[in-house]
Design a protein around this ligand. Structure first.
Ligand code: PGA
Length: 253
């Protein structure tokens, strides 16, 4: 038996519609097993519709927005609302990615407003949390993710369509990553914090930060890791297909 896994591709500011179409034409010819996995693509907003159209008829392949505004419409030049993302075919949205928090100054309060907008607008929210290197070295990893989770999720209903992604900031795009055991330990703390916030223990928790074909298996073998959120290694169809083909045994098999 293998446990179901969630594989999320964060394309960041890469792959315009033409490139996204070429990527998917190639990806869809590669042998990624369907069973026991869901794959979500987070293309840039301009490519949402192309990706959604290419994935039609593939129930285990979904598309989501990398970021949304908390207002549903209005004079917010450059922003994408939940209804706009939905209209382009999105069924999920990333919220609070560390690049939004650290490069664009997104606050915990804005992250909370975005989670509420995403869930209220009928999309799955994939909330990203994680500590910086300084915070890790100061031993405050769990306190940081606790603050981020409490800010974003207090009052969120237990049946909400929510996924959490733990992405240590120092591991994103750096080639450094947490050991599988370290990741598992933080995931276990996150699970307890979620339960403390009234959310189900079964909430999926993904790991992200320099995940590659070479290290994905050891990560998803960890009992608390339900999948991965991948940036750089999701930009090449072959490398992404290899990651998505990963299986993980259920402990005790
Ligand atoms: P990376 O990015 O896989 O390139 O480290 C992960 C992310 O930012 O979601």
């Amino acid at each position: 038996m293998s446990k179901p896994l969630l594989f999320a591709a964060n394309w960041k500011m890469h792959l315009h519609p033409g490139e996204a179409g070429t990527f998917l034409d190639r990806f869809l010819t590669l042998d990624v097993p369907r069973s026991g996995r869901t794959v979500v693509f987070f293309p840039p907003a301009v490519s949402l519709q192309t990706v959604a159209a290419r994935l039609e008829g593939h129930d285990h392949l979904l598309v989501g927005a990398q970021d949304v505004h908390w207002e549903s419409a209005g004079a917010f030049t450059g922003a994408t609302s939940v209804p706009l993302a939905r209209g382009a075919g999105a069924s999920a949205a990333l919220v609070g990615h560390s690049e939004r928090r650290h490069l664009f100054g997104e606050t915990d309060q804005e992250t909370a407003q975005k989670v509420a907008a995403v869930l209220g607008g009928g999309l799955q929210a994939m909330l990203c949390v994680g500590e910086t290197l300084d915070q890790r070295e100061a031993g405050t990893t769990v306190a940081v993710v606790e603050r981020q989770l409490a800010a974003a999720l207090t009052g969120v209903a237990p049946q909400a369509d929510l996924v959490v992604a733990y992405e240590p900031v120092w591991a994103i795009g750096t080639g450094r990553n947490a050991t599988p055991e370290d990741a598992n330990a933080v995931h276990r703390s996150i699970r307890e914090l979620l339960v403390g916030l009234g959310l189900p223990r079964s909430t999926r928790i993904l790991y992200g930060g320099s995940v590659k074909p070479e290290n994905v298996a050891a990560l998803v073998e960890q009992p608390e890791v339900d999948g991965v959120l991948v940036g750089g290694a999701s930009l090449d169809p072959a490398s992404w297909a290899t990651i998505c083909a990963t299986m993980a045994g259920v402990p005790g098999d």
